[in-house]
Design a protein around this ligand. Structure first.
Ligand SMILES: Nc1nc2c(c(=O)[nH]1)N[C@H]1C(S)=C(S)[C@@H](COP(=O)(O)O)O[C@H]1N2
Ligand SMILES: [Mo]
Length: 297
């Protein structure tokens, strides 16, 4: 069955009446997910899917730790009960969605390349829905030119947020131009490897933008704001010379400290050339047709 916005609204009201949206454990989510039909990706690009153990234990989640494996183990305590996403700003319809609501969007599996600016990469079978579905629901006004995403801020849960000298400014913030966010490749992921997202990969819901460096794919989102002006993202604020707002994967534009020409896919011994827009040039190239990608990096 296709879920229309009206459907979602009706369901949401029912949930609110019985108050069921407030309490949803990850096991409930897991059984929901298995009960949900999702469209399978046929993997037309014949990408070799990364080992699940690597993709779920070699992670970047600075709120927990800058050490990848440590972050994965510390994340096990992340409490996502009663998780809600607040949607506001330049919209006709500000909304608060529970995970129950979120699971009403048409779920799909998408097998995407994923490339971190640190030059490692992987291929992940995500489960999620196109970001544009959620955007359409909120009905952005003509003033909405960008979207700003924010990760949970909770010092009781994230050791680095509670540190005397946090590694970066929190909460973690990211942004997309409206047309980037509306692009059908842009996903909100709620699962990977046919299971709900592990906490270390950004449960219960994260962004996935496969043609951009991994840091754009913000984890554990609690807030989505539609804004007039280009938001400053966390990494841009931390070091504007090293991390641009666009962060499109580009083998021809080096990061000041390392070349982006090659990458090493998790599990591989040898490196391989990095592809323009991470291999999605045909799909997304038009978004940047009139831009100097060396300036707008
Ligand atoms: N909130 C938050 N989101 C984040 C990060 C982070 O530290 N905090 N790291 C980013 C970086 S640098 C990368 S490469 C990807 C890593 O996703 P993965 O750990 O699921 O592979 O998440 C991105 N999203
Ligand atoms: Mo990254």
């Amino acid at each position: 069955m296709t879920i229309t916005p009206e459907n979602l609204y009706k369901k949401r009201r029912e949930f609110m009446k019985i108050g069921a949206g407030a309490l949803i454990s990850s096991s409930v989510l897991a059984s929901k997910l298995s009960a949900f039909q999702f469209t399978n990706d046929t993997n037309i690009n014949k990408l070799q899917i990364s080992d699940e153990e690597l993709a779920t234990n070699y992670v970047n989640f600075y709120e927990f730790s800058t050490d990848k494996r440590k972050a994965a183990s510390l994340a096990q305590n992340l409490n996502t009960q009663g998780w809600k996403i607040d949607i506001s700003g330049e919209v006709e319809r500000p909304l608060t969605l529970s995970m129950e609501d979120i699971l009403k969007f048409p779920l799909e599996e998408r097998i995407y390349r994923f490339r971190c600016v640190e030059t490692w990469s992987m291929v992940v079978p995500w489960i999620g829905f196109e970001a544009r579905r959620l955007i359409e629901l909120a009905k952005p006004t003509s003033e909405a030119k960008f979207i700003k995403f924010t990760t949970l801020f909770d010092k009781n849960q994230f050791p680095d947020q509670d540190a005397l000298f946090p590694t970066i400014d929190y909460p973690y913030v990211e942004g997309l131009r409206m047309d980037e966010a509306l692009h059908p490749l842009t996903l909100f992921a709620i699962g990977m490897y046919q299971k709900p997202l592990k906490p270390q990969n950004g449960s219960p819901i994260r962004l996935v933008v496969p043609w951009k460096y991994g840091f754009k794919s913000i984890k554990s989102i609690v807030k989505i704001e539609f804004v007039k002006d280009q938001p400053k993202s966390t990494w841009e604020l931390a070091n504007p010379r090293e991390y641009g707002f666009y962060a499109n994967v580009n083998p021809n534009v080096s990061h000041p400290r390392w070349s982006q020409a090659n990458e090493r896919t998790l599990g591989d011994f040898f490196t391989k050339p990095t592809l323009m827009f991470n291999g999605y040039e045909k799909e997304v190239g038009y978004l940047y047709a009139n831009m100097d990608l060396k300036v707008n990096f």
